[in-house]
Design a protein around this ligand. Structure first.
Ligand SMILES: [Fe+2]
Ligand SMILES: [Fe+2]
Length: 208
Protein backbone atom coordinates (compact mmCIF):
# COMPACT_ATOMS: atom_id res chain seq x y z
CA UNK A 1 0.00 0.00 0.00
CA UNK A 2 1.19 3.51 -0.74
CA UNK A 3 1.30 5.58 2.42
CA UNK A 4 1.59 9.35 2.72
CA UNK A 5 5.05 8.95 4.27
CA UNK A 6 6.18 6.99 1.29
CA UNK A 7 4.75 9.52 -1.16
CA UNK A 8 6.56 12.34 0.63
CA UNK A 9 9.76 10.27 0.57
CA UNK A 10 9.39 9.68 -3.16
CA UNK A 11 8.66 13.34 -3.82
CA UNK A 12 11.79 14.27 -1.90
CA UNK A 13 13.80 11.85 -4.03
CA UNK A 14 12.32 13.37 -7.18
CA UNK A 15 13.34 16.87 -6.14
CA UNK A 16 16.84 15.72 -5.27
CA UNK A 17 17.24 13.84 -8.55
CA UNK A 18 16.15 16.84 -10.60
CA UNK A 19 18.32 19.23 -8.57
CA UNK A 20 21.24 16.84 -8.98
CA UNK A 21 21.67 16.28 -5.25
CA UNK A 22 22.60 12.65 -4.75
CA UNK A 23 24.37 10.81 -1.97
CA UNK A 24 26.68 8.06 -3.09
CA UNK A 25 26.89 5.07 -0.77
CA UNK A 26 30.10 3.94 -2.52
CA UNK A 27 32.98 6.29 -3.35
CA UNK A 28 33.41 7.15 -7.03
CA UNK A 29 35.61 4.60 -8.85
CA UNK A 30 37.16 7.63 -10.60
CA UNK A 31 38.80 8.65 -7.33
CA UNK A 32 41.23 5.76 -7.63
CA UNK A 33 42.59 7.10 -10.92
CA UNK A 34 44.87 10.04 -11.34
CA UNK A 35 43.78 13.03 -13.40
CA UNK A 36 45.68 12.98 -16.69
CA UNK A 37 46.06 16.24 -18.61
CA UNK A 38 43.39 16.61 -21.34
CA UNK A 39 43.10 19.06 -24.24
CA UNK A 40 40.23 21.61 -24.12
CA UNK A 41 38.29 19.78 -26.78
CA UNK A 42 38.75 16.38 -25.15
CA UNK A 43 37.68 17.77 -21.82
CA UNK A 44 34.53 19.37 -23.29
CA UNK A 45 33.70 16.15 -25.13
CA UNK A 46 34.12 14.05 -21.98
CA UNK A 47 31.99 16.52 -19.98
CA UNK A 48 29.23 16.39 -22.62
CA UNK A 49 29.27 12.58 -22.62
CA UNK A 50 29.02 12.58 -18.84
CA UNK A 51 26.12 15.05 -19.08
CA UNK A 52 24.35 12.48 -21.27
CA UNK A 53 25.08 9.77 -18.69
CA UNK A 54 23.90 12.00 -15.89
CA UNK A 55 20.59 12.53 -17.72
CA UNK A 56 20.38 8.75 -18.08
CA UNK A 57 20.77 8.42 -14.33
CA UNK A 58 18.15 11.10 -13.66
CA UNK A 59 15.83 9.00 -15.83
CA UNK A 60 16.86 5.86 -13.94
CA UNK A 61 15.83 7.53 -10.68
CA UNK A 62 12.41 8.32 -12.13
CA UNK A 63 12.02 4.87 -13.60
CA UNK A 64 12.96 2.98 -10.45
CA UNK A 65 10.78 5.25 -8.37
CA UNK A 66 7.82 4.54 -10.60
CA UNK A 67 8.64 0.82 -10.43
CA UNK A 68 9.00 0.73 -6.67
CA UNK A 69 5.63 2.44 -6.30
CA UNK A 70 3.86 -0.09 -8.49
CA UNK A 71 5.77 -3.35 -7.82
CA UNK A 72 3.36 -5.75 -6.14
CA UNK A 73 5.40 -8.03 -3.96
CA UNK A 74 7.83 -7.33 -1.18
CA UNK A 75 10.86 -9.24 -2.50
CA UNK A 76 10.61 -7.54 -5.91
CA UNK A 77 10.48 -4.21 -4.18
CA UNK A 78 13.59 -5.01 -2.13
CA UNK A 79 15.54 -5.93 -5.27
CA UNK A 80 14.37 -2.75 -6.98
CA UNK A 81 15.32 -0.62 -4.02
CA UNK A 82 18.81 -2.08 -4.01
CA UNK A 83 19.22 -1.30 -7.72
CA UNK A 84 17.80 2.18 -7.12
CA UNK A 85 20.47 2.79 -4.48
CA UNK A 86 23.16 1.89 -6.98
CA UNK A 87 21.54 4.21 -9.51
CA UNK A 88 21.84 6.96 -6.95
CA UNK A 89 25.58 6.27 -6.76
CA UNK A 90 25.71 6.61 -10.54
CA UNK A 91 23.86 9.89 -10.35
CA UNK A 92 26.33 11.24 -7.78
CA UNK A 93 29.42 9.90 -9.58
CA UNK A 94 28.44 11.39 -12.93
CA UNK A 95 27.54 14.76 -11.38
CA UNK A 96 30.90 14.78 -9.61
CA UNK A 97 32.79 13.96 -12.77
CA UNK A 98 30.95 16.62 -14.81
CA UNK A 99 32.01 19.20 -12.21
CA UNK A 100 35.62 17.99 -12.26
CA UNK A 101 35.65 18.33 -16.04
CA UNK A 102 34.29 21.86 -15.77
CA UNK A 103 30.94 21.04 -17.39
CA UNK A 104 27.34 21.40 -16.21
CA UNK A 105 24.36 19.06 -15.97
CA UNK A 106 21.51 19.20 -18.48
CA UNK A 107 19.19 22.19 -18.17
CA UNK A 108 16.33 19.92 -19.19
CA UNK A 109 16.61 17.51 -16.23
CA UNK A 110 13.09 18.22 -14.91
CA UNK A 111 11.72 17.36 -18.34
CA UNK A 112 13.74 14.12 -18.62
CA UNK A 113 12.64 13.15 -15.14
CA UNK A 114 8.95 13.76 -15.83
CA UNK A 115 9.06 11.83 -19.11
CA UNK A 116 10.72 8.80 -17.52
CA UNK A 117 8.44 8.81 -14.53
CA UNK A 118 5.42 8.77 -16.84
CA UNK A 119 6.89 5.88 -18.84
CA UNK A 120 7.77 3.95 -15.69
CA UNK A 121 4.28 4.45 -14.28
CA UNK A 122 2.70 3.39 -17.59
CA UNK A 123 4.80 0.20 -17.60
CA UNK A 124 3.86 -0.33 -13.95
CA UNK A 125 0.14 -0.29 -14.75
CA UNK A 126 0.67 -3.26 -17.07
CA UNK A 127 1.85 -5.41 -14.16
CA UNK A 128 5.20 -6.75 -12.90
CA UNK A 129 5.99 -8.91 -15.92
CA UNK A 130 5.94 -5.90 -18.27
CA UNK A 131 7.28 -3.56 -15.67
CA UNK A 132 10.41 -5.69 -15.38
CA UNK A 133 10.53 -6.23 -19.15
CA UNK A 134 10.76 -2.49 -19.65
CA UNK A 135 13.41 -2.26 -16.95
CA UNK A 136 15.51 -5.11 -18.37
CA UNK A 137 15.43 -3.60 -21.85
CA UNK A 138 16.31 -0.15 -20.50
CA UNK A 139 19.30 -1.53 -18.62
CA UNK A 140 20.37 -3.45 -21.69
CA UNK A 141 20.25 -0.34 -23.87
CA UNK A 142 22.10 1.72 -21.25
CA UNK A 143 24.81 -0.95 -21.10
CA UNK A 144 25.26 -0.79 -24.89
CA UNK A 145 25.27 2.95 -24.77
CA UNK A 146 27.99 3.02 -22.10
CA UNK A 147 30.08 0.66 -24.22
CA UNK A 148 29.80 3.26 -27.00
CA UNK A 149 30.97 5.94 -24.58
CA UNK A 150 34.02 3.91 -23.62
CA UNK A 151 34.95 3.92 -27.29
CA UNK A 152 34.28 7.67 -27.62
CA UNK A 153 35.99 8.89 -24.44
CA UNK A 154 39.58 10.13 -24.65
CA UNK A 155 41.83 7.17 -23.75
CA UNK A 156 43.76 9.38 -21.33
CA UNK A 157 40.64 10.25 -19.34
CA UNK A 158 41.01 7.37 -16.94
CA UNK A 159 38.89 8.94 -14.20
CA UNK A 160 35.83 9.21 -16.43
CA UNK A 161 36.44 5.78 -17.90
CA UNK A 162 36.57 4.19 -14.45
CA UNK A 163 33.17 5.71 -13.61
CA UNK A 164 31.61 4.56 -16.89
CA UNK A 165 33.03 1.04 -16.52
CA UNK A 166 31.67 0.65 -12.99
CA UNK A 167 28.27 1.95 -14.08
CA UNK A 168 28.19 -0.47 -16.97
CA UNK A 169 28.92 -3.41 -14.65
CA UNK A 170 26.06 -2.34 -12.35
CA UNK A 171 23.60 -1.92 -15.25
CA UNK A 172 24.37 -5.48 -16.40
CA UNK A 173 23.57 -6.65 -12.88
CA UNK A 174 20.32 -4.65 -12.85
CA UNK A 175 19.28 -6.26 -16.09
CA UNK A 176 19.95 -9.70 -14.63
CA UNK A 177 17.86 -8.74 -11.58
CA UNK A 178 14.92 -7.69 -13.77
CA UNK A 179 15.15 -10.94 -15.72
CA UNK A 180 15.33 -12.98 -12.52
CA UNK A 181 12.19 -11.21 -11.28
CA UNK A 182 10.34 -12.60 -14.28
CA UNK A 183 10.62 -9.97 -17.00
CA UNK A 184 8.75 -10.77 -20.21
CA UNK A 185 10.44 -10.10 -23.53
CA UNK A 186 9.38 -6.80 -25.10
CA UNK A 187 8.08 -6.88 -28.68
CA UNK A 188 10.59 -5.59 -31.24
CA UNK A 189 8.59 -2.44 -32.17
CA UNK A 190 8.62 -1.36 -28.52
CA UNK A 191 12.36 -1.94 -28.31
CA UNK A 192 12.83 0.11 -31.47
CA UNK A 193 10.69 2.94 -30.10
CA UNK A 194 12.78 2.94 -26.91
CA UNK A 195 15.98 3.15 -28.96
CA UNK A 196 14.58 6.07 -30.89
CA UNK A 197 13.54 7.90 -27.72
CA UNK A 198 16.97 7.38 -26.18
CA UNK A 199 18.63 8.61 -29.38
CA UNK A 200 16.65 11.86 -29.11
CA UNK A 201 17.50 12.18 -25.44
CA UNK A 202 21.23 11.52 -25.88
CA UNK A 203 21.53 13.85 -28.87
CA UNK A 204 19.79 16.72 -27.08
CA UNK A 205 21.54 16.13 -23.74
CA UNK A 206 24.96 16.19 -25.39
CA UNK A 207 24.28 19.86 -26.15
CA UNK A 208 21.76 21.16 -23.62
FE1 LIG B 1 22.79 3.71 -13.74
FE1 LIG C 1 20.80 0.40 -13.86
Amino acid sequence: MITIDRLIGEFDRALRAVAGIAHASRPSPGNEMEENPLGDEERAHAAALMRVNHVGEVCAQALYQGQALTARDESSRKALEEAAREEEDHLAWSAERIAELGGRPSLLNPLWYAGSFALGAAAGVLGDKWNFAFLAETEHQVEEHLTGHLEALPPADRRTRAVVEAMRADEAKHRATALALGAAELPEPVRRAMRLASKVMTTVAYRI
